[in-house]
Design a protein around this ligand. Structure first.
Ligand code: ADP
Ligand code: MG
Length: 563
């Protein structure tokens, strides 16, 4: 395959020289018709992070007709589709080049199963740009030109020639990605109009391969089928009529025996805050995009927050109207997580008994008899859940297989039976009537109003050693800012590391703006809006090629976990 003569000659002239001589490539562009390849950043040695290259071309050069990408949704679908194609191609590569350290490593940003805004592939005006990472081959610490020529004449060109050229690109598949995404957004818009918080289309595939894989379970999967009593039909622009199960606003319980698919259903609902790529099985599930999973998170830190709606005075501690901690308990952390979700304007709370603190969820009449009310600071959620909906418009979907105490509050009860849902609301209501819990209601005052807080970021230093600005991520577990580490492992909605990285940059920008404008929560919303308009790389010094867009709720969740 052709390698531009100028690149070939330059590489040959570097052979055997010190590895740093590769730096002459930095900023240079080479023509691989119809693509232009630019060396945005060249690594300093073969063991460092691979060099960053950008590959760009006009969309019409690779087969798109003008106007094919004339809406933000279409652009998003195309960007995601192209990145996914290249990612798959790279994952299947067998032939690698030789060399020390990370020589010959090739990568692009890793796309999750979701379709979200990323900086690894971007469409601006009529051009598309893909960020590639390549380890330039070295022999120890000297340039290995022969292998580098191979990298740029065979391996890298084979990637784009077999995925992105007009001969290799299947425009019908691109069209399919666009239609899938447009249907998802149409479905999501339907939710609010109909008063629903989620909709799960019949035939959806909910279970995943494993707890650590977001890929669909292929074998022995029972497709979703809505119960007749809940089934609704909607009309989508491309799929046409689609039937499925909506969950209305209000309080919904998912009940059923162990291992019958309750958590799997809730997880699918939670994941559907984002659209999914074709073939995922969850393309036609859409959930209110402000949804927040609420769970116990003992050990988390919190800045002063009013949790008095759930917690009376705690032993040895001051008022719970301005409660702060370096290490919350299971129940206090869950209370904090709810208040913070309301601050972030979430209108759907998702909870699974598997990850909730029991004493926060329920307190039965026997326990009320044993432990006097004035010795128990917790007002359990069961006595507040209706207020959360009535006062703050926050619906709840709750998986609860172990207690019937929520039957009285629930508007809708869905039973999972061998992975299929049944509607059992009337039955549950009848049981609640015939078997009163005999609990005393513990809420003694109405739930305090919410006053959204925002962190004072002025003490946060981005400096570490002689580096002025350090923003790093460690998987989806830790965000490192300067010398500070933020533990985000339980912010379950973060699904790509690039979302976490951009949270760091948003905090940097928010800190700068706070200096001038004061502490206003609206700043975070504005920064996110700017990013959506101008691209993720617009708030970073350069495009790292690995950024992804988080939600408002998740940016605040990360900021709130800063110690
Ligand atoms: P529960 O929360 O009711 O105890 P889970 O949702 O954890 O049950 O599901 C139990 C197991 O069944 C999981 O391994 C899950 O992957 C699998 N599973 C869930 N839904 C389905 C389905 N529709 N088809 C096949 N397997 C499923
Ligand atoms: Mg479960």
């Amino acid at each position: 395959m052709p390698i531009p003569q100028d690149l070939h000659d330059l590489l040959v002239s570097l052979d055997g020289k010190g590895y740093k001589s590769y730096k002459v490539l930095q900023g240079k562009s080479f023509h691989f018709p119809p693509f232009t390849l630019c060396f945005d950043h060249v690594q300093g040695d073969p063991f460092a992070a691979p060099s960053r290259l950008s590959l760009s071309t006009r969309l019409t050069e690779i087969g798109f007709s003008p106007g094919f990408h004339n809406t933000p949704t279409k652009r998003l679908a195309i960007e995601d589709h192209l990145l996914r194609l290249v990612y798959k191609k790279i994952s299947a590569l067998k032939n690698r080049v030789q060399g020390s350290g990370r020589s010959g490593e090739i990568a692009v940003q890793t796309p999750s199963q979701k379709v979200i805004l990323r900086s690894g592939a971007t469409i601006r005006d009529d051009s598309v740009t893909l960020i590639l990472f390549a380890g330039l081959p070295g022999n120890g610490r000297s340039v290995l030109a022969k292998e580098c020529v191979r990298l740029f004449s065979e391996l890298l060109p084979s990637i784009w020639e077999e995925t992105l050229t007009s001969e290799s690109l299947d425009l019908d598949q691109v069209e399919d990605s666009i239609k899938t995404l447009e249907d998802y957004f149409a479905l999501r818009e339907t939710l609010d109009k109909k008063g629903w918080v989620t909709f799960i289309a019949d035939g959806s595939l909910l279970p995943r391969q494993s707890g650590i894989s977001d890929l669909p379970l292929k074998k022995n999967c029972v497709p979703f089928l809505s119960p007749d009593d809940l089934k609704e039909e909607i009309e989508l622009p491309h799929k046409g009529k689609v039937s499925g199960m909506p969950v209305p606003k209000g309080i919904t319980l998912i009940v059923g025996g162990g291992f019958h698919g309750k958590s799997t259903l809730l997880n699918a609902i939670q994941n559907a805050i984002y659209p999914h790529a074709p073939g995922d099985g969850r393309e036609l599930i859409a959930t209110n995009p402000t949804a927040v999973k609420i769970r116990a998170e003992d050990g988390r830190a919190a800045q002063p927050i009013n949790i008095s709606g759930f917690m009376g005075d705690l032993p040895l501690l001051s008022s719970t109207e301005a409660f702060s901690t370096q290490s919350a308990s299971g129940s206090t952390s869950q209370a904090i997580n709810i208040i913070e979700a309301l601050e972030a304007e979430s209108s759907l709370l998702l909870m699974d008994e598997d990850t909730c603190a029991t004493n926060f969820m329920i307190r039965d009449s026997r326990m009320q008899a044993l432990i006097a009310n004035d010795r128990e600071p917790i007002t359990p959620l069961v006595d507040r859940i209706e207020e959360l909906y009535k006062n703050f418009g926050a619906s709840t979907i709750l998986v609860m297989g172990g207690s019937g105490d929520y039957f009285d509050s629930a508007n809708c009860v869905i039973a999972m039976d061998s992975f299929l849902p049944k509607e059992v609301t009337q039955k549950a209501k009848q049981i609640a009537k015939n078997n009163p819990t005999e609990r005393k209601i513990e809420a003694r005052f109405s739930f305090p109003s919410i006053h959204p807080r925002i962190r004072d970021l002025s003490p946060l230093s981005f400096r570490r050693g002689n580096k002025e600005c350090v923003i790093q991520t460690r998987q989806l577990i830790t965000l490192i800012i300067g010398k500070a580490e933020i533990d985000v492992r339980y912010v379950e909605h973060l699904i790509e590391e690039g979302q976490l990285e951009i949270c760091g940059w948003i905090m940097k920008k928010a800190k700068d703006r706070q200096k001038k404008e004061g502490r206003q929560i609206s700043i975070v919303r504005e920064i996110l809006n700017d990013i959506e308009r101008s691209g993720l790389e617009s708030i970073t010094p350069y495009n790292s090629g690995k950024l992804s867009l988080p939600r408002y709720q998740d940016v605040l969740a990360v900021m709130n976990r800063l110690r």
